[in-house]
Design a protein around this ligand. Structure first.
Ligand SMILES: [Zn+2]
Length: 75
C-alpha cells in the first residue's frame, strides 16, 4: 500500500512510500482506506513537534471499507 511516511530527518516533510502491512492484532480491524485527510496534527508529527518519529505513517482521518477483523472483534 502507499503511505505518507515521516522522513528520517524529521524535517516536516513526508515521502510517499510502498509499505507492507503487518498482520492485524487482537482488537484490530483492517480498513481499505479510500480517502484520507491530513490535519495540522499530522504536520506537527512530520515536524517532530511531539518528538521525533521517523518512519511514522501519518494520516488518521480516513474513510474506507473494513476488509478484515481480528478473531476477538465482534461485527
Ligand atoms: Zn486530525
Amino acid at each position: 500500500m502507499k503511505a505518507a511516511v515521516v522522513r528520517d530527518s524529521v524535517d516536516g516533510y513526508v515521502d510517499i512510500k510502498d509499505v507492507t502491512l503487518r498482520p492485524i492484532h487482537h482488537g484490530e480491524a483492517l480498513v481499505d482506506v479510500e480517502y484520507c485527510g491530513l490535519c495540522h496534527t499530522d504536520l506537527h508529527v512530520a515536524a517532530g513537534d511531539f518528538g521525533a518519529v521517523p518512519g511514522r505513517i501519518i494520516g488518521h482521518e480516513g474513510v474506507g471499507i473494513v476488509s478484515q477483523v481480528a478473531d476477538d472483534v465482534e461485527t
